[in-house]
Each structure stands twice: as C-alpha cells, then as structure tokens.
Write a protein that binds this ligand. Structure first.
Ligand SMILES: Cc1cc2nc3c(=O)[nH]c(=O)nc-3n(C[C@H](O)[C@H](O)[C@H](O)COP(=O)(O)OP(=O)(O)OC[C@H]3O[C@@H](n4cnc5c(N)ncnc54)[C@H](O)[C@@H]3O)c2cc1C
Length: 830
C-alpha cells in the first residue's frame, strides 16, 4: 500500500513539473495530497516524513529570498563567474547582432506550433512576379553558361549591361533611391532562377545585394552618404565589392591586420581630418571591376586626435577605387565559376572621415555592423542557390533517370537509383521549406542570426549531397564538360558555397549552437548578464531570479522528456490531425529532449563547451533539424496537406528525425560525465533508439515523383529556369521525359507481344514495324514510340571536342594561337 502512495506522490510531482504548475498549486496541492494519502493509509510514517521534510526545505527556500540569495545564489554566482570565460568585445557584438525568432521557440522545449502555422507565408507581389517573368526570364535566355565558363571566363558585355540596366544590382535598395525594393522572397527567387541557368551570373548579382556597400549604407549610412551613392549603386553605375578577408584573416575575420591611422591629411586639395590606410585583401568578389570598395579595417588613434582611446576597433569605410593609392589587384579563378573575384590593396591611402560608413560616430562599430548585415544576407543568397540546385536536380536528373535506359529499362526504376533520387526529392522539399520559412521571417522584419547560420550550413550541405547524387545518376554525362552538360559547373561550385559567408565547419562547430545557446535559450543570456553586472547586490538579485526560473525550466523539461520519451510523443498536443499531427508530436518529444540536453551540456561543461566544438556541433545539428522539420511541416500544412505531397513530407520528416537521433547518440557517446550521459539517454529514449532512415518503400514513393510529369513535380521545382525549346538542354530533358511517359504504355504492349512471341528482333524500329503490321499498335502509338526514341538519343548526347588533343599526339601547329575547341556537333540541334 505504501508503495502506491509513493508512486502517487512521484506522479503528482512529475505532473506538476510537466505543466508546469503555478507556485500556489504546489504550495497548497502537495500538503493536501500528503494528508489525504496518510489518512487513507497509503503512505507510512517514514515516507511521509521524507516527503514533508522535502516539502519544508523547498518551501523555505522559496519563501525566504534573503537567505536564499545569501546561502545559495551568491555562492553559485561566484562559481559561475569562475567557469564562464569572459566574452571578448567581438564575441559580445556578434551575440548582440540579429534577432531571436522561431529559433527561440525551438530552444524553449515547447514550441508554439499554432504560432508557426498561423504565420502568413510570404508571397510575391504582382510587380515582383512580372519582373521575374520579364527581365529575369530574358536574362536567363541571354546566359550561355558554357560560353561564360569556358570561352570568355566572364559574362558577356551585353549581359553586364542588361544586369546593370535592369536594376538587378539594386534589389534591396528602396525605390526612392532608384532601386527595386524587392521583398526577401523576390530577391531569393530571382537568385535561384538565375543560378539555375548560370551560377557565375547568380553570384555576380548576389554580392551587391547581400553583405556589401548598399546594405551597410541602408542600415548605417549618413543621409549624405545614402544620397551620394545609393542611386549609382541601384543603376549599376557604381559597382560595389566588400573587402574583409585577407591572407592573414579568413574565418577569424576579427583578426584583420589591415590598419587605419587617424591623422590629418589632404583630400581633393583640402586639409582635413581623416584616416591613412594600408590593406591587403584577397578573395574579394567583384573587386576586379568595383568602383566602390566597402573596406573593413582596424582603426587606431595614436595621436589622440579623436579622444583618449587609441585602439578604436574595427571600422568600415566606403572608398572609391579611383582614390590615390588603391590598387585593384590580380584576379582569382574560383573553380571554373568565373565570377569576378580578386585582390585589392591599398598603400598609404588617405580618406576623409566622411568616408567612414555612418560617419565618425560609427567608428569602432564595424564588427557589429558586419555581423548584423551578414545574418540577413546569409539567410537569402546561398540558401537560394542551394534550393535552386535541389530543384534542378529534382527536375532534370529525374527526367534523365526516366529517359536513360540500361538493361532495357529506365535507370530510375532500379532500386539502387531510387535511393539517390529519393534523397534529391526529399532534400529539395526540406530545402524549399527552410528557404521559404526563413524568408517569411525576413519579410516580417525579423533578422534571425542563428536561423540564417542554420540555413547557410544545412542547405549548402544538402546542395553538396543532391549534386553528388545527381552526378552519380548522370554517370559520364555529368562528367564530360561541354554545352550539353548542365551539372559540371554546379558540381564545381559546391566548395564555393561551402566556404563563403562563414565556412561550413566553423559555422557548424562554433556559430549555430554557440550563438543559439546564449541568444535563444530562455535563461542563459540573462544569467550571463547577471554575471557581468558590476554591482554585486544587483548581480545576486538578478542571478537569483533567473536561476530560480532556470531550475523550474529544467524540471519541466525532465518531466516532459521522460513522458514524451515513454509515449514516443503520442498524447502530446498536435496542432493538426493526421500524419502531420503525428510528426508534430515527434517534434514535441525531440524539442523537449533538445532543451534538456542543452542544459545538461551547459551545466556539466559550462564555458568549456565553447572548446568542445564537436559536442556543440551535435547540439547545433539537433536544433537545425528541428528547424528544418518544423519548416517541412509548415510547408505541408500550408500547401493544403496534399495527398500527392505525402511521400516528400514523410521522407523529409523521417530523415530529419533520424538525424536528430544520431546527433543525440553522438552526444550521449561523448559527454564527459558518463553516468549523466546514460541517464540522459534513458530519459530521452527509454525504449531504445526509435528512428530509422526513410524505408525503401518511402524512397520508392519519393523517387517516383521525379520520374514522371505531375503537379507535385512542377510545384517542387517551381521558380527555376525551364524551357520548351528542344535546343536547350533543359527543354530537351522535359520534352524527352514527357515523350517517354506517353510512350510507356505502348512500350509495355510491345514487350508483352515480344514475350508472346508475336514479334521478335532487338532493334526497336524493327519491333515497331512488326507490331504495326500485326495491328498490335496503332500508327499514333508507333509515332509516340518513335518520338520518345529520338529524344532519348538526343538526351544521352555528350560533347566531344575534335581539337582537344593530348599534346603528345597533336601534330605540330604552324600558328600557336587557335580558338578554343568547339564541340563536334551542336548538341541541341534536333
Ligand atoms: C570564391 C570566394 C569568394 C569570396 N568573396 C569574398 C568577398 O567578397 N569578401 C570577403 O571579404 N571575403 C570573401 N571570401 C572569403 C571567405 O569569406 C573566406 O574564404 C572564408 O571566411 C574562409 O576563410 P579562409 O578561406 O581563409 O579559410 P580558413 O579561415 O583558413 O579556414 C579553413 C578551414 O578551417 C575551418 N575553421 C576555421 N576556424 C575554425 C574553428 N574555430 N573551428 C572549426 N573549424 C574552423 C574553416 O571552417 C575551414 O574549413 C570569398 C572566398 C571565396 C573562396
């Protein structure tokens, strides 16, 4: 009987923590419960005494704040100060940048799904849509990627002019300054569409619209600077670049050695206070043609011309490249994606103070300005490029797999090919979901720095995966470069996307969780603020308050995690019914598990977690997958929970849940305090690891969607460049797939007739003739077969170059200079 009473008390404690109940409910409810159990003889004296003492201790701690602060909070605060490292200025500034948005909900352990589902999805305005259908479509038609990447190593003059004249450099600039003033969604959609035709062109357009002079001017520029430069930037008269990286400062950009010294000098014949600058930068996109350089440097004031402080910190200035001493250097060649990228140097360049972005008052605020502006652009450009790559792979590698035959059947029907095809389809669905959710956030005015790091890392990694899968499926046709190959350059561009805007390993290991744990956790930032408070009394008071809330938060997460772990999330709240509802319940479980794991890691490792990059990376993976999975479900629900989209949603969710589990498994295996790791594992997965990779059946269903024309395929691959022109590879692929789809039933008739022995022969035209003669198929059906065959032959065409010979076998040439080889035939010509 006593054990029943103990269980009842434990369940009551657990239920109150799960809720979590208000203080009054604990204070009144527990004594009442203990009295009832004692009267009912369900609790013996020993246990009753234990629970009463426990209750008395807790209540005294709660009701005696002065003593609590003195005996508990103050010593704990001293301990915290010892284990938490002091934050550097640059770290503090990075943390202050950007906003907390849906990422805050993910760290709460109990995301408000209704809020997510009620967020109105960002939509293109009619003006934006018209621009995409007009100038963007026209630009895509002008782009000849083989010509750009092999022959010219640059965009053509006509393309450069078109880009500038149509305002593509000014998508983020307000109309009042002559810009397009497009939404984040339109900006991303435009980059995605152009990237699907030419990555070189897309990157060229991305840079002025991302972190660069325009963005910095808009956020921080003086009115005079905006008036002076924004019109020129919008019209393309001014070409900007942004120069931060140099030979000695890459990922650790805060360590730039480029130096500015405050001094008096002469500019345009006038004596003025200014800065003498020396810099050496590399990898700078658009530097070779830039007329305006956004330059980041460290500023010092050794002669105290501005005040007491000598080391003024990172500062950003906007410098015309025509300024005396500026040297536009050599060009780099980024992996055959020849957007203009190169070096810039400055030797004793004197600039007046007015060239500092934001003027003198912004001196030293450069790092904060950069991180703030980066987090916005990072959520747009590379995710757009990645989603575009997924859509290209889904549409055109899917088409190729439907058309290309081996062993007498389309390769897409082999189980081995279904696996990478399903990955392409599922990841494209995930990427599109994450892209549009992030853009929704940006378009309602949020600037979520942790989310932008999540999408930068996880979408470029998925880009890497889908293009690698595409290359496998394309076989030799993906490898041999030429006008007919639409994959080679996308493959070569992968490391660029991985490296720029925060190299991926660094982003995963340090940024996502490192920033998230502090910025998005409901209590950690407040604790850190309390730690850094100089007034001891205020510090203890603040710390006491937040600590108390933090303890309740942990207790709630313990209660939630164990219950959700036991029930696999079932019985928890689901905002929608059906299979999507079930996945929401799984996410309830994983978000509680994540919140608990974060606190366990923070409590056991404290500031050392910063150095334990691999643990930090795993926690980052977990929150990233929570983000991608919540975006996936939002997309599915917003699209109307379509039956035909189920295979994509299911694949995406199973993949994300499996990745969450594996991140947790890695955490359990590597947490230094082993017993704690075992307890954590038992609480989260009491019945063992639950999630698996998508099954073969799921792979088959997702892959099938790429192998035939459908509304779902069109929706999955919308906003990329398509064509109905058979002379363009993408047009040819679409037509060939449609023809193969239309011919499939006739092929079946032919194959059945062959099995019955009514026709024979190996060549398809012989079989078609026989089948026609015997009335097995009609003329119309024969035509369909014929057309599918012809288009298939064209699809499998691979470029070969007559003049591309090995030097050892080439005949000696009289004239050295010869034009670059052209393919033996025009692949597009029917
Ligand atoms: C094509 C191209 C275009 C670019 N455009 C511009 C531009 O317009 N303007 C500009 O200013 N810069 C630009 N960059 C620079 C780009 O931002 C840097 O290349 C990037 O920051 C990485 O620096 P790095 O190449 O020196 O590599 P490194 O910093 O040397 O990094 C090498 C590797 O170490 C990893 N790493 C570094 N620190 C850590 C850590 N603490 N933990 C774990 N891993 C770590 C990185 O993730 C990376 O994998 C461009 C670069 C390229 C290649």
């Amino acid at each position: 009987m006593t054990s029943i009473g103990v269980v009842i008390v434990l369940v009551a404690l657990w239920a109150l923590a799960y809720k979590p109940a208000k203080a009054g409910v604990w204070i009144i409810g527990l004594p009442v419960l203990l009295i009832v159990l004692q009267v009912a003889c369900l609790l013996n004296l020993g246990w009753a005494l234990f629970f009463w003492i426990l209750f008395a201790v807790c209540i005294s701690i709660y009701l005696a704040p002065v003593q609590r602060r003195q005996w508990i909070s103050a010593p704990l605060l001293r301990q915290f100060r010892k284990v938490m490292p002091q934050m550097s200025k640059t770290e503090q500034e990075a943390l202050d940048a950007g906003d907390v948005w849906w990422d805050g909900e993910l760290f709460s352990g109990k995301p408000k799904w209704d809020d997510l589902l009620q967020l109105p999805r960002s939509e293109l305005s009619s003006e934006e849509q018209a621009y995409i259908d007009g100038p963007v479509e026209q630009l895509c038609k002008m782009l000849d990627d083989w010509q750009i990447t092999y022959h010219d190593l640059d965009l053509s003059p006509a393309v450069w002019d078109f880009i500038k004249d149509s305002g593509l450099f000014g998508m983020i600039i307000p109309k009042s300054y002559g810009g397009l003033e497009f939404s984040a969604l339109a900006h991303s959609t435009i980059v995605m569409k152009i990237a699907s035709k030419s990555i070189t062109a897309a990157v060229t357009i991305m840079v002025p619209n991302s972190l660069g002079p325009a963005k910095l001017l808009l956020h921080y520029g003086t009115e005079q600077q905006k008036e002076q430069y924004l019109n020129g930037l919008a019209s393309g008269k001014e070409v900007p670049c942004f120069a931060l990286t140099g030979p000695k400062a890459g990922s650790d950009a805060g360590a730039i050695p480029d130096l500015g010294i405050v001094t008096n000098g002469t500019f345009n014949g006038n004596k003025t206070l200014g800065i003498r600058l020396n810099w050496d930068k590399r990898y700078i996109t658009l530097a070779p043609i830039a007329t305006l350089i956004g330059l980041a440097f460290k500023l010092e004031d050794p002669d105290h011309l501005l005040g007491e402080t000598e080391d003024l910190g990172i500062t950003v200035a906007l410098i015309p490249s025509s300024t005396k001493g500026v040297e536009t250097g050599e060009r780099h060649m980024p992996l055959n994606i020849p957007f203009l990228n190169g070096t810039t140097r400055g030797k004793d360049v004197f600039i007046p103070m007015e060239m500092v972005i934001g003027g003198q008052e912004r001196i030293g605020q450069g790092w904060r300005m950069l991180v703030d502006s980066l987090s916005e652009g990072r959520g747009i450009s590379l995710p757009a490029l990645s989603s575009g790559a997924g859509k290209m792979a889904s549409r055109y590698t899917g088409a190729y797999a439907a058309v290309r035959q081996q062993f007498g059947i389309p390769i897409g029907r082999f189980e081995g090919i279904e696996e990478p095809l399903a990955r392409i389809a599922g990841m494209t669905y995930q990427m599109e979901a994450a892209r549009t959710l992030t853009l929704t956030g940006l378009d309602i005015g949020e600037n979520p720095s942790v989310i932008s790091a999540i999408v930068k890392y996880h979408m470029t990694e998925r880009y890497r995966q889908v293009i690698n899968d595409s290359m496998d499926i394309q076989g030799g046709s993906g490898i041999c470069l030429g006008p007919a190959n639409i994959w080679g350059r996308a493959y070569q561009a992968i490391p660029i996307a991985i490296t720029v805007e925060g190299a991926n390993i660094l982003t995963r290991s340090m940024i996502i969780f490192g920033q998230g744990a502090i910025r998005c956790h409901p209590h950690v930032l407040k604790e850190l603020e309390a730690i850094q408070e100089d007034d001891e009394k205020i510090a203890v008071r603040k710390f006491d308050k937040v600590l108390f809330n933090h303890i309740i938060f942990v207790m709630t997460n313990i209660a939630r995690t164990t219950w959700l772990g036991l029930s696999h999330g079932r019985l928890s709240k689901q905002p929608v019914s059906g299979i999507a509802g079930l996945y929401f319940q799984r996410l309830n479980w994983m978000s509680a598990a994540f919140a608990l794991s974060v606190d366990v890691a923070l409590m056991t490792l404290g500031g050392a977690l910063k150095r334990k990059e691999r643990l930090s990376a795993r926690l980052g993976d977990l929150v990233s997958e929570l983000y991608i999975a919540s975006a996936t479900l939002k997309q599915f629900v917003t699209n109307g929970k379509l039956e035909e989209e189920l295979p994509l949603m299911q694949w995406a969710m199973e993949d994300s849940l499996y990745r969450m589990q594996e991140a947790l498994r890695g955490l359990f295996n590597n947490l230094p305090i082993r017993p704690l790791a075992w307890i954590l594992r038992f609480m989260i997965f009491p019945t063992g690891f639950r999630f698996n990779r998508p099954t073969d059946r799921m792979d088959k269903a997702a892959a099938k969607l790429l192998l035939q024309p459908s509304r779902t395929r069109d929706r999955l691959t919308n906003h990329i460049y398509t064509s109905e022109d058979i002379n363009e590879k993408v047009g040819l692929l679409d037509l060939a797939m449609e023809a193969a789809f239309a011919a499939a039933p006739v092929e079946k008739l032919l194959s059945q007739a062959r099995h019955r022995g009514e026709i024979d022969g190996k060549e398809s035209h012989t079989m078609i003739d026989q089948a026609l003669k015997k009335g097995i198929i009609t003329q119309d059906q024969a035509d369909k077969l014929q057309q599918a065959e012809e288009l298939r032959d064209k699809v499998i065409y691979v470029d070969a170059f007559k003049d591309l010979r090995c030097k050892a076998t080439a005949k000696p040439r009289k004239k050295a200079a010869k034009p670059k080889p052209k393919p033996t035939t025009d692949p597009g010509t029917p």
